[in-house]
Design a protein around this ligand. Structure first.
Ligand SMILES: O=P(O)(O)OC[C@@H](O)[C@@H](O)c1c[nH]c2ccccc12
Length: 262
């Protein structure tokens, strides 16, 4: 597969723009060759498709908004999340701002049976090839970063056997995601250009996606700390993605149980 559209990351604003330009520099010389098509298991999508609100628990050691969160051992953290009842594990693989790396993802894949999501700022097809090589079942694709190129990246992810979580934060990005053919859409409550979080964003855009006839999986992302916070997306979202409040809790299994208890 060749000819992914060129994306102009110099237009991405704020904190997000800085991280994305660093990532683009990291991968500027990477080999874009994908190799033969790999079979898609759909494990990530399937894990989020049950009748209950599924939890994607995130291995997140630091973030631009919080600084250091906790010095997690990724394998141990994933096992704790699995024991608490998480449906999937998200693993940051960005090092400078989130304290993640390839080893964290590989360790999680080796430690649990749950599907793993590579959480990074994907700006080059090699990042998707790596995700597949490292054993991820899915990768994050951000419309705020990729713009209209998200459709081509989605095809690349599928070629590599990966599910894709296509992330949006506003109405316009949702339109782009819907037009791209995304099967899993995540709504980020956090504006990554300013780091401001508003829990009203997910219910609003998830309703809008359903009204537009979207029949795929919808994920509410970021800023969830208590069962009461989750009330706004119960019966609306298929899944929630939670990092900071679990990772910083000290007892990850208990934190998962207490958060998702109906
Ligand atoms: O730590 P929180 O507020 O629970 O959020 C988790 C997850 O949604 C967040 O880490 C995230 C969502 N989209 C991203 C894109 C890049 C980096 C990180 C993210």
């Amino acid at each position: 597969m060749t000819g992914l559209p060129v994306t102009h990351f110099d237009r991405v604003p704020g904190v997000l723009g800085r991280i994305v330009r660093e990532r683009a520099a990291d991968y500027a010389a990477a080999d874009p060759h994908l190799g033969p098509a790999r079979p898609r298991t759909g494990r990530f999508r399937a894990a989020l498709s049950g009748p209950d609100l599924a939890l994607i628990a995130e291995v997140k050691r630091a973030s631009p908004s919080e600084g250091a969160i906790a010095p997690l051992d990724p394998a141990q953290a994933a096992r704790a999340y699995e024991q608490g009842g998480a449906a999937a594990i998200s693993v940051l693989t960005e090092r400078r701002h989130f304290g993640g790396d390839a080893e964290a993802l590989r360790a999680v894949v080796g430690a649990v049976d749950l599907p793993a999501l590579r959480k990074d700022f994907v700006v080059h097809p090699a990042m998707l090839r790596e995700a597949a090589d490292w054993g991820a079942s899915a990768a994050l694709l951000m419309v705020s970063v990729l713009g209209a190129a998200v459709g081509a990246y989605l095809e690349t992810a599928h070629h590599l056997g990966l599910d894709a979580l296509v992330e949006v934060h506003d109405e316009h990005e949702l339109e782009v995601a819907l037009a791209s053919g995304a099967q899993i859409i995540g709504v980020n409550n956090r504006d990554l250009t300013t780091l401001a979080t508003d829990l009203k964003v997910s219910p609003r855009l998830i309703r809008r996606a359903r009204e537009a006839g979207f029949a795929g999986v919808l994920v509410a992302e970021s800023g969830y700390r208590t069962p009461a916070d989750l009330a706004s997306v119960r019966g609306l979202a298929d899944a929630v993605l939670v990092g900071t409040s679990l990772a910083g809790s000290g007892d990850l299994t208990r934190a998962v149980r207490e958060l998702i208890a109906p």
